[in-house]
Write a protein that binds this ligand. Structure first.
Ligand SMILES: Nc1nc2c(ncn2[C@@H]2O[C@H](COP(=O)(O)OP(=O)(O)OP(=O)(O)O)[C@@H](O)[C@H]2O)c(=O)[nH]1
Ligand SMILES: [Zn+2]
Length: 184
């Protein structure tokens, strides 16, 4: 990531909104924002492959659910945060991953300029691709600051997205089982 370019751009934004980039409180702001972008956009050039390739062999093919994985992401339209919880379910095919790797996968895709729909499908697709599981289902519930602090200003509204892949795709009873377990 080009830290110097971010600093120059933020400096210009500060000037453009009619503020003084040299006043005490703002003087370090371009540098702070450059460091912050480095952190919150750290998933741009990452893939979850390294997290999902360390697997443990199992004999069963019973459902695994990791729910309430909290995340923060950035709306690509306004560069404002959206945040909430991701719930991941998958049906293994002879191998499972460490539970933390599911949360790491969420982080890789959340730390980019995003759309909630894309975030949801990227997580589901990467489980299919790297874990070769029989099916994956991802539900994300989130609040978008671009909906609450500006524009339409609907504070507290939530967006829910659901993606199913593999054996979950055409099995409403399996999907219902996951939804029941998520709401436990
Ligand atoms: N589908 C989807 N839309 C999103 C997401 N994040 C933000 N948006 C929407 O993106 C849209 C961008 O609409 P535009 O009309 O281009 O921008 P705008 O004039 O700022 O729109 P308003 O928010 O209605 O003021 C808005 O409706 C946002 O609510 C997301 O994750 N998924
Ligand atoms: Zn937005």
């Amino acid at each position: 990531m080009d830290q110097e370019k971010i600093k120059t751009a933020i400096n210009m934004i500060i000037e453009a909104i009619g503020e003084d980039p040299n006043r005490e409180g703002l003087i370090e702001t371009p540098d702070r924002i450059a460091r912050m972008y480095n952190e919150i956009f750290s998933g741009i050039n990452e893939t979850p492959e390294k997290h999902l390739s360390k697997v443990f062999k199992v004999k069963n093919d019973d459902i695994v659910i990791e729910k309430d994985i909290q995340f923060y992401s950035m709306c690509e339209h306004h560069f404002l945060p959206f945040f909430g919880k991701a719930h991941i379910a998958y049906i293994p095919d002879g191998k499972v991953v460490g539970l933390s790797k599911l949360a790491r996968t969420v982080e890789v895709f959340a730390k980019r300029p995003q759309l909630q729909e894309r975030l949801t499908s990227q997580i589901a697709d990467s489980l299919m691709e790297y874990l070769n599981c029989k099916g994956s289902m991802v539900v994300i519930e989130a609040e978008h600051l671009c909906m609450s602090m500006r524009g339409v200003k609907k504070w507290g509204s939530k967006t829910t997205t659901l993606v199913t892949r593999g054996v979950f795709k055409d099995d409403p009873s399996l999907q219902q089982q996951v939804l029941n377990m998520i709401s436990m």
